[in-house]
Design a binder for this molecule. Structure first.
Ligand code: NI
Length: 255
Protein backbone atom coordinates (compact mmCIF):
# COMPACT_ATOMS: atom_id res chain seq x y z
CA UNK A 1 0.00 0.00 0.00
CA UNK A 2 2.81 2.33 0.94
CA UNK A 3 4.59 1.58 -2.33
CA UNK A 4 1.53 2.42 -4.38
CA UNK A 5 0.86 5.75 -2.67
CA UNK A 6 2.94 8.02 -5.02
CA UNK A 7 1.35 6.24 -7.97
CA UNK A 8 -2.17 6.91 -6.65
CA UNK A 9 -1.37 10.61 -6.09
CA UNK A 10 0.06 10.88 -9.63
CA UNK A 11 -3.00 9.20 -11.15
CA UNK A 12 -5.37 11.49 -9.27
CA UNK A 13 -3.50 14.62 -10.41
CA UNK A 14 -3.51 13.42 -14.03
CA UNK A 15 -7.25 12.79 -13.82
CA UNK A 16 -7.86 16.30 -12.43
CA UNK A 17 -5.76 17.94 -15.17
CA UNK A 18 -7.62 15.92 -17.82
CA UNK A 19 -11.02 16.92 -16.41
CA UNK A 20 -10.01 20.59 -16.42
CA UNK A 21 -8.89 20.34 -20.05
CA UNK A 22 -12.15 18.66 -21.10
CA UNK A 23 -14.22 21.29 -19.24
CA UNK A 24 -12.36 24.18 -20.84
CA UNK A 25 -12.77 22.77 -24.34
CA UNK A 26 -16.60 22.56 -23.94
CA UNK A 27 -18.61 25.36 -25.67
CA UNK A 28 -19.39 28.04 -23.04
CA UNK A 29 -23.08 28.79 -22.51
CA UNK A 30 -22.62 32.48 -21.68
CA UNK A 31 -20.47 33.03 -24.77
CA UNK A 32 -23.23 31.50 -26.90
CA UNK A 33 -25.72 33.90 -25.31
CA UNK A 34 -23.57 36.98 -25.82
CA UNK A 35 -23.06 36.43 -29.53
CA UNK A 36 -26.53 37.66 -30.62
CA UNK A 37 -26.05 40.86 -28.58
CA UNK A 38 -23.05 41.81 -30.68
CA UNK A 39 -25.13 41.14 -33.80
CA UNK A 40 -27.88 43.41 -32.39
CA UNK A 41 -25.40 46.23 -31.93
CA UNK A 42 -24.30 45.93 -35.55
CA UNK A 43 -27.94 46.07 -36.71
CA UNK A 44 -28.60 49.08 -34.45
CA UNK A 45 -25.67 50.99 -35.88
CA UNK A 46 -26.96 50.37 -39.37
CA UNK A 47 -30.29 52.09 -38.69
CA UNK A 48 -30.64 54.03 -41.94
CA UNK A 49 -33.79 52.91 -43.72
CA UNK A 50 -32.83 51.00 -46.84
CA UNK A 51 -36.18 50.36 -48.40
CA UNK A 52 -39.25 52.54 -48.93
CA UNK A 53 -41.32 50.28 -46.67
CA UNK A 54 -38.78 50.64 -43.91
CA UNK A 55 -38.74 54.44 -44.28
CA UNK A 56 -42.55 54.60 -44.28
CA UNK A 57 -42.68 52.51 -41.11
CA UNK A 58 -40.24 54.83 -39.41
CA UNK A 59 -42.23 57.93 -40.38
CA UNK A 60 -45.39 56.32 -39.05
CA UNK A 61 -43.68 55.41 -35.80
CA UNK A 62 -42.41 58.98 -35.54
CA UNK A 63 -45.97 60.31 -35.87
CA UNK A 64 -47.16 57.97 -33.15
CA UNK A 65 -44.47 59.24 -30.82
CA UNK A 66 -45.42 62.82 -31.59
CA UNK A 67 -49.07 62.25 -30.79
CA UNK A 68 -48.12 61.34 -27.20
CA UNK A 69 -46.83 64.89 -26.81
CA UNK A 70 -49.76 67.17 -26.22
CA UNK A 71 -49.34 70.90 -25.74
CA UNK A 72 -52.51 70.98 -23.65
CA UNK A 73 -51.10 68.50 -21.17
CA UNK A 74 -49.30 71.08 -19.11
CA UNK A 75 -48.13 71.11 -15.55
CA UNK A 76 -46.33 73.67 -13.35
CA UNK A 77 -43.62 72.72 -10.89
CA UNK A 78 -43.34 75.13 -7.97
CA UNK A 79 -40.63 75.20 -5.33
CA UNK A 80 -41.02 76.91 -1.96
CA UNK A 81 -38.71 78.00 0.85
CA UNK A 82 -35.50 78.54 -1.12
CA UNK A 83 -33.06 79.59 -2.28
CA UNK A 84 -30.81 76.96 -0.72
CA UNK A 85 -27.08 77.38 -1.52
CA UNK A 86 -26.63 73.70 -2.47
CA UNK A 87 -29.95 72.06 -3.29
CA UNK A 88 -31.38 74.93 -5.34
CA UNK A 89 -28.22 74.91 -7.46
CA UNK A 90 -28.50 71.14 -7.93
CA UNK A 91 -32.12 71.61 -9.00
CA UNK A 92 -31.27 74.44 -11.43
CA UNK A 93 -28.58 72.23 -12.99
CA UNK A 94 -31.06 69.38 -13.45
CA UNK A 95 -33.75 71.63 -14.90
CA UNK A 96 -31.25 73.25 -17.28
CA UNK A 97 -30.11 69.81 -18.51
CA UNK A 98 -33.73 69.02 -19.32
CA UNK A 99 -34.66 72.46 -20.69
CA UNK A 100 -37.46 72.85 -18.13
CA UNK A 101 -38.73 76.05 -16.47
CA UNK A 102 -40.25 76.14 -13.01
CA UNK A 103 -41.54 78.66 -10.46
CA UNK A 104 -39.63 79.48 -7.29
CA UNK A 105 -41.40 81.05 -4.32
CA UNK A 106 -38.46 82.40 -2.39
CA UNK A 107 -38.16 83.44 1.25
CA UNK A 108 -36.67 86.93 1.62
CA UNK A 109 -34.32 86.07 4.47
CA UNK A 110 -32.75 83.28 2.37
CA UNK A 111 -31.71 85.68 -0.38
CA UNK A 112 -28.68 87.48 1.16
CA UNK A 113 -25.60 85.46 0.15
CA UNK A 114 -27.56 83.63 -2.56
CA UNK A 115 -28.03 86.53 -4.96
CA UNK A 116 -26.30 84.64 -7.77
CA UNK A 117 -28.88 81.86 -7.52
CA UNK A 118 -31.73 84.39 -7.90
CA UNK A 119 -29.95 85.94 -10.89
CA UNK A 120 -29.52 82.50 -12.45
CA UNK A 121 -33.21 81.62 -11.97
CA UNK A 122 -34.11 84.81 -13.81
CA UNK A 123 -31.58 84.27 -16.59
CA UNK A 124 -32.72 80.70 -17.19
CA UNK A 125 -36.37 81.65 -17.62
CA UNK A 126 -37.78 80.54 -14.28
CA UNK A 127 -40.47 82.58 -12.60
CA UNK A 128 -39.56 84.02 -9.21
CA UNK A 129 -42.41 84.41 -6.76
CA UNK A 130 -42.69 85.62 -3.18
CA UNK A 131 -43.03 83.41 -0.08
CA UNK A 132 -42.82 86.27 2.50
CA UNK A 133 -39.67 87.43 4.26
CA UNK A 134 -39.46 84.96 7.12
CA UNK A 135 -42.19 82.43 6.38
CA UNK A 136 -45.06 83.93 8.32
CA UNK A 137 -48.76 83.25 8.30
CA UNK A 138 -50.16 86.30 6.52
CA UNK A 139 -53.57 86.03 8.24
CA UNK A 140 -51.95 86.44 11.67
CA UNK A 141 -50.58 89.86 10.70
CA UNK A 142 -51.98 93.34 10.22
CA UNK A 143 -52.21 94.67 6.66
CA UNK A 144 -49.08 96.78 7.27
CA UNK A 145 -47.06 93.87 8.66
CA UNK A 146 -48.20 91.55 5.88
CA UNK A 147 -47.27 94.08 3.22
CA UNK A 148 -43.88 94.57 4.82
CA UNK A 149 -43.25 90.81 4.58
CA UNK A 150 -43.92 90.66 0.85
CA UNK A 151 -42.48 94.08 -0.01
CA UNK A 152 -39.15 93.37 1.70
CA UNK A 153 -38.78 90.13 -0.23
CA UNK A 154 -39.87 91.68 -3.51
CA UNK A 155 -37.36 94.52 -3.07
CA UNK A 156 -34.51 92.03 -2.61
CA UNK A 157 -35.51 90.17 -5.78
CA UNK A 158 -36.03 93.38 -7.73
CA UNK A 159 -32.54 94.55 -6.84
CA UNK A 160 -31.19 91.48 -8.64
CA UNK A 161 -33.66 90.93 -11.48
CA UNK A 162 -35.23 94.36 -11.94
CA UNK A 163 -38.71 92.82 -11.50
CA UNK A 164 -41.25 92.78 -8.66
CA UNK A 165 -42.50 89.41 -7.43
CA UNK A 166 -46.04 89.52 -8.73
CA UNK A 167 -46.94 85.97 -7.73
CA UNK A 168 -47.17 85.19 -4.04
CA UNK A 169 -47.42 81.82 -2.38
CA UNK A 170 -48.71 82.45 1.11
CA UNK A 171 -47.03 80.21 3.71
CA UNK A 172 -49.54 77.62 5.04
CA UNK A 173 -51.84 78.59 2.18
CA UNK A 174 -53.50 81.33 4.20
CA UNK A 175 -54.06 84.58 2.33
CA UNK A 176 -56.04 87.68 3.14
CA UNK A 177 -57.99 89.13 0.24
CA UNK A 178 -57.96 92.70 1.55
CA UNK A 179 -54.19 92.92 1.13
CA UNK A 180 -53.19 95.81 -1.12
CA UNK A 181 -49.50 96.47 -1.02
CA UNK A 182 -47.25 98.61 -3.19
CA UNK A 183 -47.31 96.22 -6.15
CA UNK A 184 -49.88 93.93 -7.71
CA UNK A 185 -49.98 90.47 -6.16
CA UNK A 186 -51.51 87.26 -7.38
CA UNK A 187 -51.82 84.52 -4.76
CA UNK A 188 -50.86 81.06 -6.04
CA UNK A 189 -51.94 77.93 -4.20
CA UNK A 190 -51.45 74.37 -5.50
CA UNK A 191 -53.24 71.23 -6.73
CA UNK A 192 -50.76 68.49 -5.81
CA UNK A 193 -49.01 68.45 -2.44
CA UNK A 194 -46.89 65.34 -1.82
CA UNK A 195 -45.85 66.65 1.65
CA UNK A 196 -42.26 66.22 0.49
CA UNK A 197 -40.90 67.98 3.60
CA UNK A 198 -42.27 65.18 5.82
CA UNK A 199 -40.07 62.45 4.32
CA UNK A 200 -36.54 61.80 3.03
CA UNK A 201 -37.84 58.98 0.86
CA UNK A 202 -37.42 60.11 -2.74
CA UNK A 203 -39.59 57.39 -4.28
CA UNK A 204 -42.48 58.16 -1.90
CA UNK A 205 -42.50 61.77 -3.08
CA UNK A 206 -42.33 60.71 -6.75
CA UNK A 207 -45.15 58.18 -6.30
CA UNK A 208 -47.42 60.65 -4.47
CA UNK A 209 -47.07 63.20 -7.28
CA UNK A 210 -47.45 60.74 -10.15
CA UNK A 211 -50.58 59.21 -8.58
CA UNK A 212 -52.30 62.57 -8.16
CA UNK A 213 -51.20 64.72 -11.10
CA UNK A 214 -53.57 65.84 -13.86
CA UNK A 215 -53.16 68.30 -16.74
CA UNK A 216 -52.99 71.98 -15.68
CA UNK A 217 -52.02 71.08 -12.12
CA UNK A 218 -49.66 73.09 -9.95
CA UNK A 219 -47.29 70.80 -8.05
CA UNK A 220 -45.90 71.95 -4.70
CA UNK A 221 -42.35 70.94 -3.75
CA UNK A 222 -39.50 72.47 -1.72
CA UNK A 223 -36.02 73.15 -3.07
CA UNK A 224 -34.79 73.31 0.52
CA UNK A 225 -34.38 69.51 0.80
CA UNK A 226 -32.11 67.26 -1.22
CA UNK A 227 -34.68 64.45 -1.36
CA UNK A 228 -37.27 66.86 -2.79
CA UNK A 229 -34.81 68.02 -5.46
CA UNK A 230 -33.95 64.43 -6.41
CA UNK A 231 -37.66 63.59 -6.52
CA UNK A 232 -38.43 66.67 -8.63
CA UNK A 233 -36.01 65.61 -11.37
CA UNK A 234 -37.42 62.07 -11.43
CA UNK A 235 -40.93 63.56 -11.63
CA UNK A 236 -39.85 65.73 -14.59
CA UNK A 237 -38.51 62.65 -16.41
CA UNK A 238 -41.62 60.55 -15.70
CA UNK A 239 -44.07 63.29 -16.72
CA UNK A 240 -42.05 64.12 -19.85
CA UNK A 241 -42.41 60.47 -20.83
CA UNK A 242 -46.17 60.77 -20.28
CA UNK A 243 -46.29 63.69 -22.74
CA UNK A 244 -46.47 66.54 -20.24
CA UNK A 245 -44.86 69.91 -20.89
CA UNK A 246 -43.71 72.19 -18.09
CA UNK A 247 -44.79 75.78 -17.73
CA UNK A 248 -44.38 78.50 -15.12
CA UNK A 249 -47.49 79.26 -13.03
CA UNK A 250 -48.26 82.54 -14.82
CA UNK A 251 -49.03 80.52 -17.95
CA UNK A 252 -51.62 78.41 -16.12
CA UNK A 253 -53.16 81.24 -14.14
CA UNK A 254 -53.44 83.96 -16.78
CA UNK A 255 -55.30 81.85 -19.36
NI1 NI B 1 -43.12 77.35 2.86
Amino acid sequence: MKKNFPMIVFSCMTAVVLLICIYRSLPRKDAAEKAPEIADVIVAVDATPETETEAAWETETGRETESVWDENKRVALTFDDGPHPVYTVKLLDGLAERGIQATFFVIGENIPGNEEIIARMNQEGHLIGNHTYDHVKITDLSVEEACEQVEKTSALVKEITGKDTEYVRPPFGSWRKDLECSFEMIPVLWDVDPLDWTTCNVSDVVRRVLEAVEPDDIILLHDYYESSVDAALLIVDALTEQGYTFVTVDELILE
